[in-house]
Ligand binder design. Structure first.
Ligand code: 13P
Ligand code: ZN
Length: 270
């Protein structure tokens, strides 16, 4: 068996967590990532029949039974992932209709997966129905998106339109827009279900006064989605208190749709 620390998925996960920390999106233990793995890639490094222990999930996700995930640990600092991956990350396989997870590697100090495991797994299930290629769910606390939820209308059409207006490429990167949840208690099945519901129509879901969820086919795409939305929110926070003299008009957005072959969320442009 090869050393799992050399696996491309592991190297990419560690780089991504490190980069997210460097962007200031993951203070302390803030944020979490889950990456779905293929059985054949796991088998190169681990024996799936050798579970270290079994962890109850507290919810059911029958569509994910038998699926493998590399997931950040609860209470673990993104800052430390690169120095001690085996303590801060774990590889699990769901069983019993998703109600339990066999730990195959990691959480070496006796820890377990993120407290946001329900939101991650329910979002994976929702996104896989929209796009069978989806592999990543990522949560973090980027300052400008968070700040925006204190001063901007939380209506998702209005919130999205503001983001689209802040950088020309926003509508190209997330034409479906962002969905927005009101403040809810984190780490619960309820916020997991609400997030998954929102994931049916967009890959970005803002958690008001908390952070953002992104989903995508790989770590790069998902990171890029959050990065683009956060850049737009940063520009908004720089200009929100100033008179708006110019903007990107809806006519210009339609030109972008044509040029880049994307379609904005139905009814969200005039
Ligand atoms: P965990 O440490 O359990 O991953 O929680 C961090 C977080 O961001 C909660 O929303
Ligand atoms: Zn959080």
């Amino acid at each position: 068996m090869k050393d799992v620390l050399t696996a491309p998925f592991m190297v990419e996960m560690i780089r991504t967590a490190t980069n997210m920390y460097a962007h200031g999106w993951d203070e302390r233990n803030g944020g979490n990532i889950s990456l779905m793995l293929e059985e054949n890639e796991v088998r190169e490094y681990l024996d799936p029949e050798k579970a270290l222990r079994t962890i109850p999930t507290g919810f059911a996700a029958p569509e994910l039974e038998g699926k493998y995930f590399l997931v950040t640990g609860t209470g673990k600092y993104f800052k430390n992932v690169q120095y001690a991956p085996e303590v801060n990350l774990g590889i699990v396989r769901l069983k019993d209709r998703g109600q339990q997870a066999d730990l195959l590697w990691g959480y070496a100090d006796g820890g377990q997966f993120t407290s946001e495991f329900p939101a991650h797994m329910m979002s994976h299930a929702a996104r896989l129905k929209v796009n069978p290629e989806n592999r990543v769910v990522m949560h973090c606390h980027p300052a400008n998106l968070l700040a925006m939820t204190y001063v901007h209308d939380l209506d998702e059409k209005q919130f999205t339109r503001t983001l689209w207006q802040m950088c020309t490429e926003c509508i190209v990167v997330f034409p479906e827009g962002v969905n927005v949840l009101p403040w809810m208690l984190c780490g619960t099945n309820e916020i997991g279900e609400a997030t998954a519901e929102k994931m049916k129509t967009a890959r970005l879901v803002v958690w008001s006064q908390h952070g953002i969820y992104g989903a995508g086919k790989d770590l790069d795409e998902t990171f890029g989605l959050i990065e683009t939305a956060e850049k737009a929110a940063e520009i908004y926070m720089k200009i929100a208190h100033l008179p708006r003299v110019n903007t990107i008009t809806d006519d210009q957005m339609h030109l972008l749709e044509k040029r880049f072959g994307v379609k904005a969320r139905e009814g969200w442009l005039d």
